[in-house]
Design a protein around this ligand. Sequence first.
Ligand SMILES: Nc1ncnc2c1ncn2[C@@H]1O[C@H](COP(=O)(O)OP(=O)(O)OP(=O)(O)O)[C@@H](O)[C@H]1O
Ligand SMILES: [Mg+2]
Length: 422
Amino acid sequence: MKPKYKPRGTLLAALDIGSHKIACMIGRVADDDGAVEVLGVGYQASRGIKTGAVIDIEAADNTIRQTVHTAESMAAEAMNGYPLREVIVNVPGNQTKSHIVPIDVQINGQVVTDHDVRRALAKAQEKIIVDGVELLHTIPVKCAIDGNEGIRDPSGMTGEELLVDVHVITGEFGPLQNMASCVERSHLDIASLCSGAYASGLASLVEDEMDLGCTVIEMGGGITSFAIFQGGSMIYSDSIPIGGWHVTNDIARGLTCSNADAERLKTLYGSAMVTGSDENELIDVPQLGELDSAEPNHVPRSLLIGIIQPRLEEILEMVRDKLENSGSDAAASRRVVLTGGASQLPGMRDLAQMVLDKQVRLGRPIRLNGLPDAVSGAAFSTTAGLLTYLTSHSHEMPAEIMAQADSGSFFEKFKYWWKENW
Ligand SMILES: Nc1ncnc2c1ncn2[C@@H]1O[C@H](COP(=O)(O)OP(=O)(O)OP(=O)(O)O)[C@@H](O)[C@H]1O
Ligand SMILES: [Mg+2]
């Protein structure tokens, strides 16, 4: 079913709270087909965040404020000088969980209505939602009527029994609450929550990839997460708590230098795979504790890459194992798109292709108009995808579900209903 887009002119804002950077994007719906024009961006190195979770509320709050302020200033004219009120926020992969829930609904020879589909989604939510977890997404991924599979939208069809495989994605309450506290301290409301890997897929996959089957692997600073898309929907996601930060940390230990120098060496001279010529090239490594930077160590570039490659291989092997054990690997087909800051090392595509034995391409945000160059790379896929998600997903709760919902906290409101493709 065609998504229901937000009306033209609607202002949208995304806050991507990452382990390495915090980024804010403000956009405006530019036409009736959901195109979004970017009006303002801001980003800062993260403080107070580790492996996607808030560990220092004050530091995180300060960084969020500065980031949002930068984006607001850039978008000030379009916002008539009003401050930002609400944002969509990402939920890191290590705090989310995918559940595939098969649900049957009796139709008794009648025509399937939207209400029947909602009943199926609500049933799936009821089965999964327990204390301590929050509902993020409810996505119908497979439909059958009386054994006839492959139905995209069952509304209007007749049958006895509707079977729906529902993909329910939940988040952990504790870390989400800490993140919400930080955002609220910055005087912002959370309009929606969205899984980070899902957002990266929405930002960077072309429609055919989402349809035919593709896995997006989002390689961040503290987390590597992946989302499998098929039939136009996300059908599975998972993560491992290792990312680019671990590569930097390995370099700092291996070459006995500071983390800041290791980060610089990684981005300047790093590569995902060693080549023959790397043996002959010497790089300068400032020594830890030495004030005199004129006395660096000279090491072959191959030594640096020899530290990077095994860690990246380990990350990709762990992703490969998770993919194989997911039960959805076949659906994911042989196509992989790499996103996230840590996917930007030269040679990354070849290494991923070798370890995963799949066709790999490098991804970046492709759906937003007017994205400034500085934020158009792979590291901003999640941020951009949050805006795409916000414009193309309606979060209206039907009256019967609304009636069950506590009017209390933000999380209570969303506990019962998160409307996805229907
Ligand atoms: N040009 C580059 N080459 C290699 N690595 C890079 C480059 N730019 C950024 N990185 C690495 O990417 C990582 C940060 O990626 P990203 O910005 O996607 O993380 P994040 O969203 O803040 O973290 P997470 O999503 O894991 O919480 C860092 O480890 C950084 O060293
Ligand atoms: Mg990220």
